[in-house]
Design a protein around this ligand. Structure first.
Ligand SMILES: [Ca+2]
Ligand SMILES: [Ca+2]
Ligand SMILES: [Ca+2]
Length: 224
């Protein structure tokens, strides 16, 4: 009887670990202003309502034109192969200040959409004058669709957020392998924590420690 109980528990444990394993999403939170490179006229600015009090933009008046130059670039170590989605914590005042260019190599080619105007890389940012989450999409001429990036191996990737229209504001980025989620709460988005910022600054995004933290966060959620 005792043996059967232990056996049952063992099977149950393996089964639960299997479920948790299947649902363990990679989740990385980045501060926009901690980008590895920020090229003017994209600049860091301050806002008390932004995560850690800072965000990036090509500063300008909403309701005017402007933009098309400058970018922020992030070196991101993806911890495992797979499909990834991106979310941005943004403010987009109006129709003249609601887009960026986004490329994420090597899933995307080494192309500069500020020169090519390729709509595949055009992110139509959801409007709103307070900070909100928007899944990064491509705004094609035929409609706007959520984007996914496929990486066939772990390792270094380069995410570039280029200015398209000035005055569009970016506070933080959330990276997840949950490509199915279409709403921020489904995707479990979060603003960067002190730990996230530390990992971003020290370049430890794929340290075993970082990965364990991700796994445990997901594990806890699975039982909620
Ligand atoms: Ca626009
Ligand atoms: Ca503008
Ligand atoms: Ca921020």
């Amino acid at each position: 009887m005792k043996y059967i109980t232990i056996l049952t528990l063992s099977i149950l444990t393996v089964f639960l670990c299997g479920i948790v394993g299947l649902h363990a999403e990679v989740e990385i939170a980045l501060e926009a202003e901690l980008a590895d490179e920020i090229k003017e006229p994209m600049i860091i600015d301050e806002d008390k309502d932004a995560s850690d009090g800072k965000f990036i933009w090509d500063d300008g008046e909403p309701l005017t034109g402007g933009g098309g130059q400058g970018y922020a670039e992030f070196i991101i170590n993806v911890p495992e192969p797979g499909d990834y989605a991106l979310w941005g914590h943004v403010i987009a005042w109006d129709g003249n200040s609601d887009s960026f260019w986004v490329t994420w190599q090597p899933a995307d080619p080494n192309e500069d959409p500020q020169l090519t105007n390729n709509t595949q890389f055009r992110w139509g940012v959801a409007g709103g004058a307070i900070w909100h989450w928007d899944r990064i999409n491509h705004w094609l001429d035929g409609g706007t669709f959520d984007r996914e990036w496929e990486f066939d191996k772990a390792g270094e990737t380069v995410l570039r957020i280029g200015v398209r229209e000035d005055a569009t504001m970016l506070d933080a980025i959330f990276i997840t392998t949950n490509v199915k989620a279409t709403a921020p709460e489904q995707a479990n988005v979060r603003l960067p924590t002190d730990d996230d910022r530390k990992i971003q600054i020290e370049g430890l995004a794929v340290s075993p420690k970082g990965k364990v933290a991700t796994t445990w966060g997901t594990l806890k959620r699975s039982y909620r």
